[in-house]
Design a protein around this ligand. Structure first.
Ligand code: PBG
Length: 329
């Protein structure tokens, strides 16, 4: 009889499949793989520069030559790509260095692609590291002007593409930025260059260490006028839907940890490849606790596995190198 079959314990014993590592491996539902990781790099002017970022132990400001050394280490570990951020020698209100053909990121792209051609070079496309005021777009009467920013953002993406980037990743949270970039790239014949859009990017306190690293904190005000309000999830789905309509090839949720529900909802609602950005503050938090012995190192794997389990295909993480080593053990 049905009821007798469905009595559960003692017939059902879920521990049977936890008996040993081989059995546990057989039924493992989520698996982290190096091939899905992207490692961010911060490139600075100069030569021979490798300065550790205080709030991000193990991450460095690297001059282009040192970025190549780091890129080689990344490639050897099997990590398929890096995400480049540039800290320019000078800043101005129009972020001129963001789209300068000889800019720091453009230089880094050319050198990395020449020295390590198999390593994917993805570029963050934003103005905040390059504007003197630190906002992600152009200011008009003290406000970030959406439509005036689009042209410069598209120019920055084009300059990265022309320098040889494999993919561009717009992160300014301006409406229409994906469409503006796609249009300009296509006009210039760069129809095959993919766009990974920071589609649902929240105005988060977890970017703190990054802003120190990228020297990109806004001088006045904050980013709440363009980045998303943390309590909202339906709005994130609208952001993602719009970016897909505009031509995004990969969509991203950022940050990751406090937004696992957003990742899970996005996974269900869309079929595009989904990236999650395990941001600087999430990294700093865990690193600090592991360094003090308050948490075991495997907490890092647990956290990244959770991001995967929530539904992310791709994880952008400062932990990429250590995770690759841990997976290789
Ligand atoms: C640029 C950008 C930021 C991050 C990625 N791209 C900072 C910001 O929006 O203030 C954050 C990355 C991190 O914290 O690891 N707009």
């Amino acid at each position: 009889m049905e009821e007798e079959i469905n009595v559960g314990f003692p017939q059902e014993r879920l521990r049977r499949l936890r008996l040993n590592p081989a059995l546990r491996g057989l039924v493992q539902e989520t698996r982290l793989s190096v091939s899905h990781l992207i490692y961010p790099l911060f490139v600075v002017p100069g030569r021979g520069v490798k300065d550790e970022i205080a709030s991000m132990p193990g991450c460095y400001h690297l001059s282009v030559d040192q970025a190549v050394v780091e890129g080689e280490a990344v490639a050897v570990l099997g990590i398929p790509g890096v995400l480049l951020f540039g800290i320019p020698p000078s800043k101005d209100p129009l972020a001129t260095q963001a789209y300068h053909p000889q800019g720091i990121v453009q230089e880094a792209i050319r050198t990395l692609k020449k020295e390590i051609p198999q390593l994917l070079v993805i570029t963050d496309v934003c103005l905040c590291e390059y504007t003197s005021h630190g906002h992600c777009g152009v200011l008009v009467d003290g406000e970030v002007d959406n439509d005036k920013s689009l042209e410069l953002i598209a120019q920055a993406a084009l300059s990265h593409a022309q320098a040889g980037a494999d993919m561009v990743a717009p992160s300014a949270m301006m409406d229409g930025q994906v469409a503006a970039i796609r249009r300009l790239l296509d006009e210039r014949g760069l129809v095959s260059l993919p766009i990974m859009s920071y589609a649902a990017k929240y105005a988060s306190a977890f970017y703190g260490p990054f802003r120190e690293a990228a020297e990109s904190a806004p001088q006045q005000g904050d980013r709440r006028g363009y980045q998303m309000d943390p309590p909202n999830v339906r709005e994130a789905l609208r952001e993602i839907a719009l970016d897909i309509e505009e031509g995004a090839d990969i969509v991203m949720v950022k940050p990751a940890l406090a937004y696992l529900d957003v990742i899970a909802r996005a996974r269900q609602a869309f079929h595009h490849p989904l990236a999650a950005y395990n941001v600087s503050g999430e990294y700093a938090m865990l690193k600090a606790a592991v360094e003090r012995g308050w948490l075991e190192e495997r907490a890092i794997m647990e956290v990244l596995t959770a991001i995967k389990r929530a539904g992310a295909d791709i994880i952008i993480t400062y932990h990429a190198k250590e995770v690759a080593s841990l997976l290789g053990r």
